[in-house]
Design a protein around this ligand. Sequence first.
Ligand code: TYM
Length: 335
Amino acid sequence: MSEQIQRKKRILSGIQPTGTFTLGNYVGAVRNWGALQEEYECLYMIANLHALTVRQEPAALRRQTREAAAMVLASGIDPQKSTVFIQSHVPAHAELSWVLSCNTQFGELSRMTQFKDKSAKHSDNVNAGLFTYPALMAADILVYNADLVPVGVDQKQHLELTRNIAQRFNNLYSPTFTLPEPYIAKTGAKIMSLQEPEKKMSKSDTNVNSFILMTDDPDTILRKCKRAVTDSEGTVRAGDDKPGVTNLMSIYSVLTGKDFAAIEAEFAGQGYGVFKEAVAGSIIDTFRPIQQEYTRILADKDYLDGILSEGAAKASHMANRMVNKVYKKVGMLQL
Ligand code: TYM
């Protein structure tokens, strides 16, 4: 009987180095990245080209790019198992992005809610990159023929557009790209602001009490949890009418592995104070070892840069092959 060699399914995901990661980034994305690396061939990228769509201070962006890579590694991404790299170190992303932009319609990009939100927020800098951002994200994914993309809910629309672009290209030229599936966890895929629980938790929020950063110390985490907006009912119960409490329950559920029924039972008859302290405790316990590892990795620049160089070489090798293939298909002269 002939031996069947099956390629492991491939995963690609990314995160912008626009500041310290939030609890939302961790629960919605990075935490799942680590869990998936046993079963899949994983590529994880720091999306520094994407960060340019909003004005950045160059020195800060450089520093935050290393910090982001260190945080990804500290969060349990094993460089022996996964390829970790910086987006700008693999020029094939930008190359494929151009070809894909020429196969993406103005109307499609105009419908992206992130573009609408960000152009309203940065009305003084509605640049072309902000508009074509989803074509670059499609290139990030399609350049590796990724099967699965673990993201939070806010990236779902970009994933759908990626699939449409891939399908269109495949129909127009010939089968080239795998259509990627989003991987969105049932719980925690949209962690909400602690101050306005109808809004997504975001590091760009002007109210620092609305988010928890992965570098926050225990006192800060406890304080922010205690200040989290809830309601006047006083019962730990999930429901559409209780966005603040439900959000805290989601966080606690993901970090402790307890389901909502177990959490409701655990805090039955107790007020929000006890519950909020328990939520804070689960976050502090989760982040403590990550923070220690983060500090250690950041202090060892040679180690970190070594991983990133290796990651870039591995990723470039894969990505260049795809760009060559695509260039051939669309009629770029090759000598
Ligand atoms: P970014 O940097 O905004 O966020 C990184 C990841 O964190 C998730 N996330 C959240 N999940 C749950 N609750 C929240 N409050 C929350 N906030 C953020 C995001 O959904 C994301 O998964 N465009 C991407 C980066 C990117 C990318 C890619 C992702 C570039 N190329 C290719 C996947 C594949 C972004 O800006 O993510």
